[in-house]
Design a protein around this ligand. Structure first.
Ligand code: SF4
Length: 314
């Protein structure tokens, strides 16, 4: 493993992070992971492209669905070269109904850039990864970590929750723990040379045990966790915000319009797509027109002589 970058200043902690407490947190979480490891292929393949695909699939998607999307994608585009040589419409078809289809376009554009400028190998450096379409800090860390064996602290919603509770005593860290504090904690806790186990251990632990409603009774960290005394006396983690309604949303209309084009081998009249979607969603056609225009602007579909088709034509 390659050594990582310097760390931010230590924030104020409700309990000091002594070497003993730090060591115990690491040990107990890694012991927990030994028994609960999920054998996802991208975690052990050592393939930066596989790590990229998995990280992009995981954005805003439940882990139970990620494997299904990942396997479909890798069957269609097993290498970054295969993806780069496909058209973006094909990428969107393979993405199918996985949601947030911009992710398919980002993967496709990234593959083209990597093949044109980086010799077909995803960069090792964080800054170079962050310059790629759709690659944020989490995806960059996953590529560095699982793909290149570099110690990089990945931070997703599950990890924010675990770190914010264990070290800062916050019940709802997504709302209450400053991002700089989470970043400090993620880098401070990361054990040298073990990021490929540590990051998934934190992610899986946050999904299975320190979930939005935690199961402290089954947790190996109770004596080490700053939030445990609060949960133990009956305090609750309030929801950050309710999930936005999907039915009738612009997101639903965009998805329905894309579906019309994904299922057609030939271009479809713009007016026909708009009428069909408006009928299916029971909304005014003007709302569907807005959704279609936003898809065109995002490069997900294109309009030629009054006909719509999938992709930008790249
Ligand atoms: S004791 Fe409860 S709040 Fe603390 S890490 Fe365990 S499950 Fe999470």
């Amino acid at each position: 493993m390659t050594s990582r970058a310097g760390r931010a200043d230590e924030p104020e902690l409700p309990r000091p992070l002594s070497p003993q407490r730090l060591g115990a947190i690491r040990k107990r979480l890694l012991d927990w992971y030994d028994e609960h490891e999920q054998p996802f292929p991208w975690r052990t393949s050592g393939d930066p492209y596989a790590a990229l695909v998995a990280a992009v699939c995981a954005q805003q998607t439940q882990m139970s669905r990620v494997l299904q999307i990942y396997e479909r994608w890798m069957a269609a585009f097993p290498t970054i070269e295969a993806l780069a040589s496909a058209g973006d419409a094909e990428a969107l078809r393979v993405w199918d109904r996985a949601g947030y289809p911009r992710r398919a376009l980002y993967l496709h554009r990234t593959a083209r850039i990597v093949c044109e400028r980086h010799g077909g190998v995803l960069p090792r450096e964080r800054e170079a990864l962050l310059a790629l379409p759709g690659v944020g800090p989490f995806t960059a860390a996953i590529v560095q970590n699982f793909g290149h064996g570099i110690d990089a602290a990945a931070i997703d919603t599950n990890i924010v929750r675990v770190l914010g509770r264990v070290l800062f005593g916050d019940l709802q860290p997504a709302r209450d723990t400053p991002q700089t504090s989470v970043r400090w904690a993620a880098e401070r806790l990361l054990p040298d040379g073990q990021a490929t186990r540590w990051n998934p251990a934190l992610m899986d632990f946050g999904a299975a045990v320190c979930a939005p409603t935690p199961t402290c009774g089954q947790c190996p960290l109770t004596t080490l966790c700053a939030a445990y005394p609060r949960f133990d006396v009956g305090e609750r983690a309030e929801a950050v915000r309710a999930q936005a309604r999907f039915r009738g949303s612009q997101r639903e209309l965009r998805g329905l319009a894309i579906s019309q084009l994904r299922e057609s081998d030939v271009p479809v009249l713009n007016t026909v797509v708009i009428a069909r979607v408006a009928r299916e969603a029971e909304v005014k056609q003007s709302r569907v027109t807005l959704a279609v225009n936003s898809l065109i602007e995002d490069g997900l579909i294109r309009l030629t002589d009054g006909y719509l088709q999938l992709g930008s034509g790249d």
